[in-house]
Structure formats: structure tokens, C-alpha cells
Design a protein around this ligand. Sequence first.
Ligand SMILES: Nc1ncnc2c1ncn2[C@@H]1O[C@H](COP(=O)(O)OP(=O)(O)O)[C@@H](O)[C@H]1O
Ligand SMILES: [Mg+2]
Length: 271
Amino acid sequence: MSKEEMILKINNIEVKYHEVILVIKGVSIEVPRGGIVALLGANGAGKSTTLKAVSGLLNHEDGKVTDGSIDFLGERIDKLRAENIAKMGIVQVIEGRRVFEHLTVEQNLKVGAHMRKPESRSIKDGLEMVYHYFPRLKEKRNEIAGFISGGEQQMTVVGRALMTAPKLILLDEPSMGLAPLLIHEIFNIITRLNHEEHISILLVEQNAKLALNVAPHAYVMENGRIVMDDTAEKLRQNPDIKDFYLGLKDVGGRKSFRDVKHYKRRKRWLT
Ligand SMILES: Nc1ncnc2c1ncn2[C@@H]1O[C@H](COP(=O)(O)OP(=O)(O)O)[C@@H](O)[C@H]1O
Ligand SMILES: [Mg+2]
């Protein structure tokens, strides 16, 4: 695919925290315009750090892109401030569905509107769009966000991201801690946002099964490196992916997490 067709290009980046802790090494990821790409990997692999490198939120944690570059719509963004990156049309939904607990649902949504390009659309139009995709939030709009369910909080943070009128959403583990039915509902809406609003999505998930259902292409990250990238179809067939991420491989009973971890540590992806 040519360069122009990519909305996001992460080129061989290295990320350090506190100038010394090297957590991302030589990572390259591409997201096509209007596409959904998944970034899979176990806890601590460096997925959230990668998203923060793109959104600029890394700076708030004393982290830095120390090598490589990141291009968004052909413009280099890795030296920009988070506020300016947001105005260009990138929004990150951070993990853990952090709502402003003392504000109502609608007030939470309106916070997102302040991060958009003011000329992009009115707050009223933004709310209308969010309520169209999340009718449940319309019902709950005057409730205090700290008291709604976990699923509704996740919808609120995705809705807040939509209020910024984004071109690219960086979505960090939207399924975490939610009941299957709700996960299904949220992933349906994510797919619709991609199809109907043409919003590009870089989706981070530990749940590979879910992610490979919505993303046609995925990258696998381990210890701060990309160890594999392929179509969802191919990854689903890959024995290592089946074993570690999909839990499908039958090797005489279910492996304990510890066995898998142990095997994984010995395993050499990069030979
Ligand atoms: N603010 C930080 N300061 C120092 N180290 C961090 C910070 N945030 C994350 N890390 C470390 O970076 C590594 C990757 O973390 P993270 O990107 O959160 O992984 P993931 O999202 O894949 O679980 C981990 O070893 C984690 O301890
Ligand atoms: Mg994370």
C-alpha cells in the first residue's frame, strides 16, 4: 500500500521512560486510512506506551520517543504536544475507562468537545452523533458518571473521544473487565463507527479473539518489539497465536498461565 493510503505510520520508534527505561524498541506500525488495525500482546508488552507515543500523552509520564518517527497524514507528529496532536484529529481512549466521576454523562461528553478543532462541528451536533450510536447514553445523560455501570462508563469514554471529531481513535483495551454481552455491543459500535463515520482505529487488546474479529490486520507485541504482523485470517491459523492468545490449541488439557509464561520466556520469536 502506498504511503498516501496510510493515515498513521509509526517508523521504527524507540521509547524511554525517565530517560533510562527502554520499553519500546524498533517498533513500526501502519494504519490504513479508514482501516482498523489491532495491536495484540500480553500485559506489560508495551501496547499502551505505543499508543501514548502517538497521542503525545507519553510526555505526561516523563516518557519520550528517543528514536524513529511518527507520521500522521504525512506530517511528523512525534515532537508535537498532546494538545496539538489532538487538534489534528487523533484521540486516545486510555485503558480503565476513566470518566470524570462527579460530572454527569453529558458533562463528560462535553469535555471531549473542547479538544476538537472548534470549526469542525458544534457541540450539539457532536452530542447528537454520540447519542445516535449510544442510545443508552442519551437515557443516562443526566446521571452522575461515577454511578453508572462499567459498560456505560466505557461507552462514555468512547463517546467523549467521538466528541473530538477524530480521524483516528487509539483505543486501549475497551473490553477489559466487561461482561461478554456488553463487549459485543461496544465492539459492534466500534465497527459501525469505522464503517459509517470512516474513523480509522488502532485497537489495543489482550483479547485476541475479539480483536481479530474486527481488525483485518494485526500486530503482535512482546517485550517492546513487534514479533509478528499479518492478516487476521493468517494470525488465527498461526499455532503460536492459537496457543498463547486464543487458547485454542489442544495440548492435552489446558495449560496453566504459568506454563504458558514459562514457555513464552524461552521461546525465541526473533531468530
Ligand atoms: N510511566 C512509566 N514509567 C516507567 N515505566 C513504565 C511507565 N509506564 C509503563 N512502564 C513500563 O513499560 C512497560 C510497558 O508498559 P505498557 O505500555 O503499559 O504495557 P501494556 O499496555 O502492553 O500492558 C512495562 O514494563 C511497564 O512497567
Ligand atoms: Mg496497557
